[in-house]
Ligand binder design. Structure first.
Ligand code: BEZ
Length: 213
């Protein structure tokens, strides 16, 4: 197991899932991706998380993001548990769940933290860009359900940087002003950011969010 760091290529793998065998890179295609692990099937926090992700499908689709979950339980267990998720969360699970019974993917992505739990995955999240580069890694403890609004917020920020040459300041939310990335010279700002900008310091240039009308 090698440490995965931001900017690294996301390791490829082939794994069984509730939607058949997945070759991860092929499955991602040209999309952004989220790979996230949860400790086990039939656990309460995971049930709410997977229901929430299913409800966010439109939001992920809008951003060209494919989502795949993972735990070390098998496909039959996942499929039975999905019935409970759909019943209790009022949704239809609409993304694959990897059955990582041999822990191949969990090891590859360092999702088992032995001092937290020797066998089960923690709540890892990896965001991967269309070039298959890892853009975000977050690890939550098993007892804390993830904030998927925060994940959407980070994806919006990553995509603004990738496509519009802006970064996002502390506590930024969609619609707030953005930071012009340092690699853009101040002299070039007017042609790149026609909505205008404010130079607070030579290194701190703010502009309205470029991808909004
Ligand atoms: C769970 O629901 O997945 C869970 C809750 C508390 C501790 C560990 C896992």
């Amino acid at each position: 197991m090698a440490t995965i760091r931001l900017g690294d290529e996301a390791p490829n793998f082939s794994a069984k899932s509730t939607e058949g065998t997945i070759d991860f890179h092929d499955w991602l295609g040209d999309s952004w991706g989220i790979l996230f692990s949860h400790p086990a099937d039939y656990t309460p926090v995971c049930t709410t998380e997977l229901g929430t992700v299913a409800k966010y499908k439109q939001e992920f689709d809008k951003r060209n993001v494919k989502v795949v979950a993972l735990s070390v339980d098998g496909v039959d267990s996942h499929n039975d548990w999905i019935k409970d998720i759909n019943e209790t969360q009022g949704t239809v699970v609409n993304f694959p769940i990897i059955a990582d019974e041999d822990r191949n993917v969990s090891e590859l992505y360092d999702m088992i933290h032995p001092n937290a739990d020797s066998k089960l995955t923690v709540r890892s999240v990896f965001v991967i860009d269309p070039e298959k580069k890892v853009k975000l890694i977050i690890t939550y403890p098993a007892s804390t359900g993830r904030n998927f609004d925060e994940l959407l917020r980070v994806i919006d920020s990553l995509q603004l940087t990738a496509y519009h040459k802006v970064a996002t300041p502390a506590n930024w939310n969609n619609g707030d002003d953005c930071v012009v990335v340092p690699s853009v010279a101040t002299a070039d700002i007017p042609s790149i950011f026609p909505k205008g900008y404010k130079e607070i310091k030579p290194y701190l240039r703010m502009t309205p969010q470029p991808n909004l009308n």
